[in-house]
Design a protein around this ligand. Sequence first.
Ligand code: BG6
Length: 302
Amino acid sequence: MPVEQTGDRIILKHPKGSTAENLLYGATVISWKAADKRHPEPFERLFVSSKAFLDGSKPVRGGIPVVFPCFGSPTHPDHSRLNQHGFARSEVWKWDSVVMDNEAGVSVRLALEPTAKITAVYNKPFHLSYVVTLAEHQLSTDLHVKNTSTSQDFPPDFLEFQALFHNYVRAPASEVLIHPLQNLKYLDKTNPVFQGPKIEARAGVDVRTYTDSVYEDAPQNYEVTWPGGGIALRSVNLKDVVVWNPRAEAGSKIGDMEDGGWERYVCLEPGFVRGFEKIEPGRTWIGQQVLSVIHEERRMNL
Ligand SMILES: O=P(O)(O)OC[C@H]1O[C@@H](O)[C@H](O)[C@@H](O)[C@@H]1O
């Protein structure tokens, strides 16, 4: 069976050998295994901390948590009672359907609607659906956000939100380079005194020191490479991108981070996080990303 549902998770298996695993909790992708030309056996592409909670008691430290409707601490009045990064990553989503099941891709849809628990902290009408698609060398995730308000009032009952895919890309963090981010405006969240905006001077961005940078109006086409490997990331409607690695400086203070875990991943997170996306009643917004295996050695010349 290319799609299996066991209690709390969904397992996708592509006929060419790649696999993915999705928790209903947070709709979090917790595993993506894919081969490349040099390694014909599929291997893990995402990082999940060995101390992560997978039982629904806490957002998963790793994989691909879905951030909605706010990124970081809430700044919009509609989000004032929400936790950092919103509720989508810490609610149990519903299984919806198999969208596609053939050589081109194996694809499933999960959904999240207001519950009494959500409404107590976020009283806006919405419907989320999340489509995860596995191909031989690719994983795509699409978040559909619908404003389900039927209000005819003026001004309209807008749904205002931020959204982001918090990808923990498994990689030797001290050796990764991410590009192209040069000349982009970014906020440096590691700096308690002056966050910016700053301008990125580097052709290839590394995470050898504690990094928490929010790039604005980015190209939505990136590569993270290291000697012997890499992942390409393309996004649609996610104009910003965050690069995060806490290193020991901040990582050692994260309770569910395994020792030295920061050496084994870089977070490359496409999102709409500067300002707010705003949709009218009845409208749907779709944010998408495609993660692809890079097959050949593609080291930047810096
Ligand atoms: O610990 P959390 O809530 O999962 O957040 C992890 C990190 O997520 C990143 O996206 C933020 O830019 C960081 O500031 C934050 O520390």
